[in-house]
Design a protein around this ligand. Structure first.
Ligand SMILES: [Zn+2]
Length: 367
């Protein structure tokens, strides 16, 4: 299968394969889609394949061209990523070192979001200097290469000056140059820029595609891969972000809250709420609430005698215990309460109020 290091996206691969067979290469592509669906991976695979000595779609990963491509050392390839500004007092050499490190990280896993913290904390942008550097490359002649590949990742992060500068390049595309732009948000790009590109839309990934990729490519145990895939909402990036201690910790907090908040002892219940509130971080609390939501869905599956369809199989015993204790629990209502609590947090309702209120509402689902 061509483009096999890109997860899913069968339809897009077919379209690209067909245009490669007909030798119809655009001079500019814009890959867009929801976060974590593989825009960079798809763009890079197409670019690598164009340079591959074996002419394999997506690249053979073994010829010299492919290897240099993957090592970020191919002279005909230039990639631009948004970067935070250099902090005052940091040596240029150190700054470049950090950027190179992140670029290599990005290249080894195009589905993971590049984090510049803790060394660089500013918001990443693509400045005019980066586009100017690209344009300088384009002028250079490349005798032996049939294509020059330019990639601008997260193109919506370009400053206005950078966008205008890039537009000039697109107005007179140099011979043999193929430009790839990727973005989750075409609304932030100049319409004139979009109109000069062939736009390729990626779709959210299917759960099964994510699950298989987690197991086969990232070596994640099947018991974990399933909940990650289910909760990823079609995003490989999101699914991978669960693969750390944080997920386990948050899920434990979610289970604990659920177990304690249903007990008759008011003191234990209050304590369960205050444990959540002590976390303070809104994002963490929302994540825990989302986990409570998905645990409640599993509970509902058990009620429907479809426990095998539950997501959290590795903790299914604990959900089963809850069910045995409270066989008449109104899971449907509880799901509604949790969803509303998440909504309240998003709307900045006072956290203490939201958590205590949810605790009370869940109690009421018992009768
Ligand atoms: Zn190759």
């Amino acid at each position: 299968m061509a483009f096999d290091d890109v997860v899913g996206q069968k339809r897009v691969k077919e379209i690209l394969s067909a245009s490669l067979r007909k030798d119809r290469i655009s001079h500019a592509y814009l890959f867009t889609g929801p976060e974590g669906t593989g825009m960079d991976a798809m763009a890079l695979a197409l670019g690598r394949g164009l340079l591959c000595s074996e002419k394999k779609e997506g690249g053979c990963r073994a010829c010299q061209n492919c290897r240099r491509f993957d090592e970020l050392e191919h002279p005909a390839v230039k990639m631009v990523l948004p970067v935070p500004a250099k902090p005052k007092g940091m040596k240029e050499e150190k700054y470049q070192e950090i950027l190179l490190d992140r670029r290599q990280q990005w290249m080894t896993n195009l589905y993971q979001k590049v984090q510049f913290t803790p060394e660089l904390s500013g918001s990443p942008v693509i400045g005019i200097d980066q586009i100017r550097a690209l344009k300088k490359e384009v002028i250079l002649k490349l005798a032996s290469e049939s294509y020059r590949i330019l990639l601008i990742s997260d193109a919506d992060r370009m400053t206005a000056a950078a966008s205008n500068s890039l537009l000039k390049l697109l107005e007179e595309p140099p011979e043999g140059t193929v430009l790839f732009l990727t973005t989750t948000n075409t609304g932030k790009l100049l319409p004139t820029l979009i109109s000069r590109c062939q736009v390729i839309r990626l779709s959210p990934l299917a759960e099964i595609e994510i699950e298989e990729a987690l197991v086969n490519r990232w070596d994640i145990h099947a018991v974990k891969a399933r909940p990650y895939a289910k909760m990823a909402a079609g995003s490989m990036q999101r699914a991978l972000s669960f693969d750390d201690d944080e997920f386990e910790k948050n899920r434990e907090a979610a289970l604990h809250f659920l177990e304690q908040t249903l007990l008759p002892d008011e003191l234990i219940r209050l304590n369960a709420s205050s444990q959540i509130l002590r976390l303070k971080d809104k994002t963490v609390i929302v994540n825990i609430f989302k986990l409570i939501h998905s645990l409640l869905r599993d509970w509902m599956m058990i009620q429907m005698q479809s426990g095998e369809r539950a997501i959290h199989q590795d903790v299914i015993d604990r959900i089963q215990t809850l069910h045995d204790h409270y066989p008449r629990f109104e899971t449907q209502d509880a799901l509604g309460h949790v969803a509303r609590a998440i909504d309240f947090i998003d709307k900045n309702v006072y956290l203490d109020l939201v958590v205590l209120n949810l605790s009370q509402e869940l109690q009421q689902c018992l009768d």
